[in-house]
Design a protein around this ligand. Structure first.
Ligand SMILES: [Mg+2]
Length: 99
């Protein structure tokens, strides 16, 4: 188990699903806010601190998603993700063919 998974499992075991799912919701809201601000300040023209905040909030969401995936079952979610990505790839290929 890598370090990220090891610590994520420890956090999930310690705080439990209820608290960690609330944290995920909070972190997603923070990421939404950071992305809106990045857009409002015209992306790469924004103050570097605004972009740094986006990266921090992405990391926070990843860390909480990791724990919630562990709760619901990482393998099943990985399989659903792959199915969806394959569907996306087919959609892209179809759209490219339509051009
Ligand atoms: Mg955060």
């Amino acid at each position: 188990m890598d370090k990220i998974k090891e610590i994520s499992q420890e956090a999930l075991d310690f705080w439990g699903y209820e608290l960690q799912s609330n944290m995920l919701i909070e972190e997603m809201a923070e990421l939404i806010k950071a992305l809106c601000k990045y857009k409002r300040f015209n992306y790469e023209q924004a103050d570097p601190a605004i972009k740094a905040n986006v990266l921090e909030e992405i990391a926070d969401v990843h860390n909480m998603i990791e724990q919630i995936e562990m709760y619901f079952g990482e393998k099943e979610i990985a399989s659903i993700r792959l199915e969806k990505l394959i569907r996306t790839k087919k959609r892209i290929e179809k759209l490219k063919g339509d051009k």
